[in-house]
Design a protein around this ligand. Structure first.
Ligand code: ADP
Ligand code: MG
Length: 724
């Protein structure tokens, strides 16, 4: 599993640009073989060095035939006593081979005439394979064999078995790798002092040990990658990542951004007009941001806070600070619904202060859009709100000072880098309610500064979570009726709107998570998905059940304008019950909604459930979230629901989610522009991550030339990324 993930993530982002030198071990290798190597992620001599074995075979030790253990790979040697081709039941070449301790039969079902000739009585045969007790005694089927002389030496090292691909034999791969090992510069790139403190052997020794372990090396630790040599390689990989992230960080400090010192001209009145006081955690985050904005280099700060912790108002205050300085601010959200909601909220806050935000949305008419773009371009709009339409080249700002990216995890690192490269150097504030577990924050997000809002606004009553089997739907329906009659509002969340015949092309349907998350799944799951109760049906049946209530419907395929209308109607209480797909997952803030039903909760990701649940419990009223599940339910699904039932802290949930699913999925395919880890495992190797983090700091301070060489070694063909 681990290997599959690494391979998948290792598609070379940048192809080799510098041809390998004359004495490269890849010199003279045919194109067909190069292509096969390419499939394995091997594009350079150094990739050969880092192509590490999956396991090993032991050809250093001969067993006497009679005493060799059964059913495991062993090496034996003996003289051919008899060799014959049997015709029935199928054509088989059978050799009887014996040593002083005993003998066995060797059977070949596929063989050439030349083999029959070569394997003649009297020859000495060395065999590697498993001995089984067959009907006619001990036998080996299709062993690897070699004709030897008495004095042919045994292997001195364990024989590596490499991950390979069809048409590329282990022997061919081994030969290439040996050439790579001999040709490549394996000199040390980590200072002696760091190695000593961590108790690591040199890079060259560690690499040599992994490719050619001595006979007594512990094979189990080599295979489960806990051996010190493996840890050294993982450390180096993590170190490269840490160094590159720190360099990003430093490079940022060398770039110019507008100094946006706070004057209080806008922030003061905005704070005074808010119906609440900021929490301590919000104030502290705002201080961090305010300080960064006053610096002459671009801020890149991640504002992390659990659902409902009040990130929006902090970002609004940051935008106000930019505007105080005569600069524009851009506010971006991943979905129309969320962008629209931000727009309303910001317009409500800033309107009375004389600032009118521009609204950039897919739902605008051509004319409206042109007008909005003009305002952004000539600077009349000091604040612009929209979806990633804002990313588009056509949006030109007059003086962009700050970009706020809400729900950053939806955009991914690639976009984060893309925006940075646009030639603009605005400050950036990224917000995420999907808490990034510490290990991920330390690795993939290490180039960002982070502020955390670790406190919810006062007066919230925690959401009560209930797990209810689908068979008890009636009770749930009764509960909704009671709640709505008492003036509350409710969500009914369905996992998807209808069976989707084909997967949308990348880049489409961004606004519907239900659709997006399905991309890339196996076809068989579509049939399964078709069984899910659709939101359309649910809406119909709930409308019938509650003729006296207004039941609304919102999903990702609704035109933007209709979506906005439904959300507005729910916001101001005209709709009491809102049937929705997971489009409402992020950010939606309707304080009066205090009941949520989530169907097929057993099929959803933990963080997603947590996000959804965060849509209720936003007011003072006691809120309830009902997770409907369908029996029979698998053990993993049960374990997941238990986590969400027992925890209300998003950080803890994300941590457990990471444990269950692995970081690849959490990061998402969108982050594919980032060099992923091939060797290190963020869950198992946290100690190495910490060590690499500290070492990176030390090396950049004391031995920057080594840092340079280390990065060269690990990212030689990913320079583009490093320069971003
Ligand atoms: P999130 O961090 O999930 O984006 P929001 O910014 O949407 O959270 O805030 C959730 C709700 O809490 C909003 O209705 C917001 O106006 C309100 N809120 C934010 N800060 C405070 C506060 N300090 N006291 C009371 N309510 C607050
Ligand atoms: Mg939010």
């Amino acid at each position: 599993m681990g290997d599959v993930r690494q391979r998948a993530n290792r598609t070379p982002v940048v192809r080799r640009t510098v041809p390998e030198g004359k004495d490269s071990p890849l010199q003279g290798v045919g194109q067909a073989t190069l292509d096969k190597l390419g499939k394995l992620g091997i594009d350079s001599a150094f990739d050969l060095v880092l192509h590490l074995p999956l396991r090993y075979e032991d050809e250093t030790h001969l067993y006497p035939i009679a005493h060799a253990p059964l059913d495991q790979t062993v090496l034996v040697q003996g003289t051919i006593m008899r060799a014959e081709v049997q015709q029935r039941p199928r054509k088989t070449l059978i050799c009887r081979v014996g040593d002083p301790s005993g003998d066995l039969s060797v059977r070949f079902l596929h063989f050439y005439g030349s083999q029959v000739k070569a394997l003649s009585p009297g020859k000495k045969l060395r065999l590697l394979g498993e001995i089984r007790r067959g009907f006619f005694g001990a036998e080996m089927i299709h062993p690897r064999y070699r004709i030897v002389e008495d004095e042919t030496p045994l292997a001195e090292a364990l024989t590596p078995v490499y991950p390979t691909t069809a048409g590329l034999s282990q022997d061919a791969l081994r030969r290439l790798i040996l050439r790579g090992l001999a040709a490549e510069d394996l000199s040390e790139t980590v200072p002696e002092s760091v190695l000593r403190a961590l108790g690591f052997a040199s890079f060259a020794e560690s690499i040599a040990l992994l490719h050619q372990p001595p006979p007594e090396a512990p094979r189990r630790e080599l295979c489960d990658r806990s051996h010190p040599a493996w840890r050294r390689i993982k450390f180096d990989e993590l170190l490269a990542q840490q160094l590159s992230m720190r360099l990003h960080h430093e490079r940022r400090r060398s770039r110019q951004a507008p100094v946006l010192a706070g004057s209080g001209r806008l922030t003061g009145p905005l704070l005074a007009a808010l119906p609440f006081a900021l929490t301590g955690a919000q104030r502290k985050a705002l201080e961090d941001i305010s300080r960064d904005l006053g610096q002459p280099h671009p801020m890149q700060r991640l504002l992390q806070g659990d659902v409902g912790s009040g990130k929006t108002v902090v970002a609004a205050l940051a935008s106000a600070q930019a505007m105080e300085n005569g600069f524009q601010a851009a506010f971006m959200a991943p979905t129309e619904i969320l962008a629209e909601q931000h727009f309303r909220k910001l317009a409500g806050w800033f309107g009375p202060l004389g600032v009118n935000p521009a609204w950039l949305s897919a739902s605008l008419t051509k004319k409206e859009k042109e007008a909005a773009l003009r305002q952004v371009a000539d600077g009349t709009a000091q604040l612009a709100v929209g979806t990633h339409a804002l990313f588009q080249d056509q949006v030109a700002f007059r003086r962009l000072g700050l970009v706020v990216v809400d729900e950053q995890h939806r955009f991914g690192v690639e976009q984060r880098l893309a925006l940075r490269n646009k030639g603009l150097q605005p400050h950036q504030l990224m917000m995420s309610a999907t808490p990034i577990p510490r290990t991920l924050a330390m690795s993939y997000y290490a180039d960002l500064d982070v502020s955390v809002i670790d406190q919810l606004p006062p007066g919230r009553t925690p959401v009560v979570t209930k797990l209810v089997a689908d068979t008890r739907r009636d009770e749930v329906v009764a509960r909704i009726r009671r709640a709505c009659e008492a003036g509350a509002q409710a969500y009914w969340v369905c996992p998807l709107i209808e069976p989707i015949p084909s997967l949308p092309p990348p880049g489409k349907a961004e606004s519907d998570f239900a659709t997006r998350s399905r991309r890339g799944r196996a076809k068989g799951e579509d049939a399964e998905a078709a069984q899910l109760q659709t939101a359309l049906e649910t809406h119909r049946s709930l409308s019938e059940t509650f003729p006296d209530l207004r039941v609304g419907l919102v999903h990702g395929r609704l035109p933007a304008r209709e979506k906005a209308e439904v959300m507005a109607a729910f916001q101001n209480g005209e709709i009491q019950l809102l049937v929705a797909t997971t489009v409402i997952e992020v950010g939606v803030d309707v304080t009066n909604a205090s009941l949520m039903v989530i169907e097929h909760a057993e099929r959803m990701g933990l963080s997603q459930l947590h996000q959804l649940r965060g849509r209720v419990g936003r007011g003072a009223a006691r809120s309830v979230c009902i997770l409907l599940y369908q029996n029979p339910i698998s053990d993993t699904a049960r374990a997941r629901l238990k986590i969400i039932y027992e925890n209300s802290d998003g950080f803890e949930i994300a941590r457990q989610d990471l444990r269950l699913r692995g970081p690849g999925e959490l990061l998402g395919a969108r982050q594919s522009g980032v060099p992923m880890l091939r060797f290190a495992d963020l869950q198992q190797d946290t100690d190495l991550l910490e060590a690499a983090r500290q070492a990176a700091q030390q090396i950049l301070r004391c031995a920057p030339e080594m840092a340079e060489r280390h990065l060269q070694r690990w990212f030689n063909r990913r320079q583009d990324y490093l320069k971003a």
